[in-house]
Write a protein that binds this ligand. Structure first.
Ligand SMILES: [Fe+2]
Length: 172
């Protein structure tokens, strides 16, 4: 039978892989974004994500476990969807709106995973690990909120270019 401690380690390995995949994906998202604030937001989150990897390494160390990644198919799928959006569409506010959707899916996945791992660590009395996970959890939450706020502007921009396109279609 798997123990709660083993389950925590598995969660950390899954997150370790997820964060590392995200480090590769975020520069592509920043490059594809046309909205300057969104572009800057992706770049900023890249730096944060590097910090998340470091915190996970500290958590592994606190548990006396090697920092190991276990393939996270869920994050892989979420990133694939984002990459697909980038390769199938030209850069525009509409793609920006889609990228926010992809990024928020990623954030929600991470919020769920970090919340679960933090609770496991708390139950196990691993207070240092729980504190490390909580710090990252808070940053993921803030990022998600920033994306929601930014979507207001970006969605309005997407709507404006969509209206222009509709106009052009009518003239043809
Ligand atoms: Fe993260």
């Amino acid at each position: 039978m798997t123990t709660l401690r083993e389950l925590l380690i598995e969660e950390l390995q899954d997150l370790f892989h997820a964060e590392k995949q995200l480090i590769k994906a975020l520069p592509k998202m920043a490059k594809a974004a046309t909205n300057e604030e969104l572009k800057a937001g992706f770049t900023e989150h890249l730096a944060q994500t590097e910090g998340h990897v470091t915190r996970l390494e500290k958590a592994f160390a606190a548990l006396g476990e090697p920092a190991k990644a276990k393939t996270c198919p869920a994050m892989k799928g979420l990133i694939e969807e984002g990459n697909e959006a980038i390769s199938e569409n030209e850069c525009s506010p509409v793609l920006d709106a889609q990228l926010i959707g992809s990024a928020q899916r990623v954030e929600h996945y991470e919020i769920a995973a970090y919340g679960t791992a933090r609770s496991f660590a708390e139950s196990l009395g691993e207070t240092e690990v729980a504190a490390l996970l909580q710090e990252t959890l808070d940053e993921e939450g803030e990022t998600n909120k920033k994306l929601t706020a930014l979507s207001e502007t970006v969605n309005a921009e997407a709507l404006a270019v969509s209206a222009v396109e509709l106009d052009d279609d009518e003239k043809e």
